[in-house]
Design a protein around this ligand. Structure first.
Ligand SMILES: Nc1ncnc2c1ncn2[C@@H]1O[C@H](COP(=O)(O)OP(=O)(O)OP(=O)(O)O)[C@@H](O)[C@H]1O
Ligand SMILES: [Mg+2]
Length: 297
């Protein structure tokens, strides 16, 4: 039997930023336990400052945990052997402003020691994939619009054909067409068997592409699970009935099965949008935090 290990495992992963004197200032991430299966698209959600980018930086080994640990592609986070198989689109791309798109990708292709011929081929494919046309490819990045910067950033993240792709706000600055293309691209990556970890505030988009999500708040996990399951409203039961009359509707509350002309087709729970779920859990939590601070104060 072939078993594949998860792409990412974190155990009590915690990051505390300290002030100049070494005193704890912010608990940016609080005991995160997360497992990303290979081939899934996973959404990291939460309001501003909830620890999403911190999580990504910890997985990349750009910063170190205060407690706990993370394993990425079977190696400790930050290990170079895993880094070779990672792609990363940061919140803001810091690419060389005087290079054009082809030169930029050539530079990163060399870093990954991709041989010249396959490098050229790969650069062409990637620029097609992210939708940068022949004219745009020759312009220096300092002249790029926000959306174009996002596209070249993504191409750069994919240059090494990574197994795990970490995307921090990939659709920022993209127009609706670009956003649609980005979503299609994420689904294409999934089809190719890649694992994608995605941070985004655009919940409708997350709902469209993610298999599972986590909602973070002040570094803590509020919800974790399959989008389809999380969006079911378990407090409400929905009955689907074919046929029946007004009078039936009145007697329904008493007994459905007793009416011969009506047939119970299915019982399900209505689904929320991810936006509704998100706003509800954050509001609930804000209420809890206010209540406990009143009790303390
Ligand atoms: N280098 C740093 N030094 C001190 N505090 C930091 C540092 N980086 C992040 N923080 C704090 O850690 C917390 C989490 O920040 P993080 O950037 O992970 O949030 P985020 O969820 O990505 O937010 P956003 O949606 O705004 O991108 C915030 O309170 C932030 O102020
Ligand atoms: Mg962030």
């Amino acid at each position: 039997m072939v078993t594949t290990n998860p792409a990412v495992v974190t155990q009590n992963l915690t990051k505390i930023y300290r002030d100049f004197w070494g005193r704890p200032k912010v608990v940016a991430l609080d005991q995160l336990n997360l497992t990303l299966e290979r081939g899934e698209v996973f959404g990291l959600l939460g309001p501003n400052g909830s620890g999403k980018s911190t999580t990504i930086k910890l997985l990349l080994g750009l910063i170190f945990p205060s407690r706990g640990q993370a394993t990425v592609l079977d190696r400790p986070a930050g290990d170079t052997r895993a880094a070779e198989k990672l792609g990363f689109l940061p919140e803001e791309s810091y690419l060389y402003r005087f290079l054009n798109a082809e030169e930029t990708l050539d530079f990163y292709g060399r870093l990954f020691r991709i041989p010249r011929r396959s490098r050229k081929q790969r650069i062409h494919e990637l620029l097609d994939l992210v939708g940068l046309d022949a004219k745009a490819r020759k312009r220096p990045l300092r002249e790029y619009s926000k959306g174009m910067q996002r596209r070249i950033g993504l191409a750069q993240a994919l240059i090494n054909d990574p197994e795990l792709i970490l995307l921090d706000e990939p659709t920022t600055g993209l127009d609706p067409i670009g956003t649609r293309e980005m979503k299609d691209l994420i689904l294409l990556l999934k089809k190719q068997g890649k694992t994608v970890l995605l941070c985004s505030h655009l919940l409708a988009d997350v709902q469209d592409v993610c298999d599972r999500i986590i909602i973070l708040f002040r570094g803590r996990q509020l919800r974790l699970g399959y989008v389809s399951e999380l969006l079911q409203d378990r407090d409400i039961m929905q009955l689907q009935i074919r046929g029946g009359s007004d009078s039936l509707r009145k007697t329904l509350e008493k007994a459905i099965e007793s009416d011969k002309s009506a047939k119970l087709i299915g019982v399900s729970h209505p689904t929320n949008t991810l936006e509704e779920l998100f706003l509800r859990v954050i509001r609930e939590q804000t209420g809890v935090d206010e209540e406990s601070s009143r009790q303390v104060g």
